[in-house]
Design a protein around this ligand. Structure first.
Ligand code: G1P
Length: 298
């Protein structure tokens, strides 16, 4: 990257089929599944807004209305809640996306893979570094959000940045895996990146979390990427090609990561976020205690 431009645009690929959550995802995108009372996509959007993003680019292919409707104002509901004096509920639905933030919806004509979905954003992103957030990865912490941590490293270095976390050996085949070496500045420079390798072929156990800050030249690489793992055009393969010309750093993210693309990750996140809600916390803890006692785990 030549100069350190501000990261203003974030791409949210939301065109996946969400087959692991069928039948729930038969008629709604998986990104609309709620953790407690907010859909996954809203957590990701809030993380992006906190990191200073002012253009939200959603890549959709089907059932796109649920996502655009969610971020549109709902006049009838707002009027009703205001008339009933239900201000606490009203606050939950107004101003999710501030007025100065643009929302753009781009259609991915065919579900050809994550790399292809990102390529669909090219004309909106243009020639500036940009962020990608996969909403089914949630990173929970008390400090700066995952994307803010990554943008901070981009500002210091001007390099592309990918969020990573160590994964169990048997899980390398579920994630992109990076091979790194420490550079003179003490950062982890990515040397190789492979999509979903078997443990024997994995360059390390550092798995890619669904957060990226990328140089726009990744688009030129993606245009040449052939179908790879799973028969799909993989973002990982575009990034592998980018490594030849651009530095890409791996950043272990501060926080607990929940892979909400899997049912157990989704339920773990639900439990954690429920315990964070003061109004249901005690009830939830009592219930969990009762379940554990019943199951002979206490
Ligand atoms: C995608 C990426 C993979 C990354 C993962 C993070 O995989 O292709 O490299 O590790 O997201 O969640 P998917 O979950 O879409 O199969």
């Amino acid at each position: 990257m030549d100069s350190r431009k501000r990261i203003r645009k974030a791409v949210f690929p939301v065109a996946g089929l969400g087959t692991r959550f069928l039948p729930a995802t038969k008629s709604i995108p998986k990104e609309m599944l709620p953790i407690v009372d907010k859909p996954l996509i809203q957590y990701a959007v809030e993380e992006a807004l906190e990191a200073g993003i002012d253009t939200l680019i959603f890549i959709t292919s089907r059932k796109k209305h649920a996502i655009s409707d969610h971020f549109d104002s709902e006049f009838e509901l707002e009027t009703r809640l205001a008339a009933d004096g239900k201000n606490d509920l009203l606050e939950r639905i107004v101003g999710i996306v501030p007025d100065h933030v643009n929302r753009v919806h781009v259609t991915q004509p065919e579900a050809l893979g994550l790399g292809h979905a990102i390529l669909c954003a090219e004309s909106v992103v243009g020639d500036e570094p940009f962020a990608i957030l996969l909403a089914d990865d949630m990173i929970r912490n008390d400090g700066a959000g995952a994307l803010a941590q990554m943008i901070d490293l981009y500002r210091q270095t001007g390099a592309s940045v990918i969020g990573v976390e160590e994964v169990a050996e048997e899980l390398t085949s579920s994630y992109g895996i990076v091979g790194v070496r420490e550079n003179p500045a003490g950062h982890m420079a990515i040397e190789t990146i492979v999509e979903k390798p078997q443990p024997a072929n994995a360059p390390s156990r550092l798995g890619v979390v669904g957060r990226y800050v990328l140089d726009p030249s990744v688009f030129a690489q993606l245009r040449h990427v052939q179908a790879g793992a799973g028969g799909e055009i993989q973002l990982t393969d575009g990034i592998a090609a980018l490594l030849a010309t651009h530095p890409v750093l791996a950043l272990p993210l501060v926080g607990e990561r929940y892979d909400c693309g899997s049912r157990h990750g989704f339920i773990k996140a639900t439990i954690e976020y429920a315990v964070d809600h003061d109004d249901i916390r005690e009830d939830m803890l009592d219930h969990m205690q009762a379940v554990l006692a019943r199951e002979g785990r206490l």
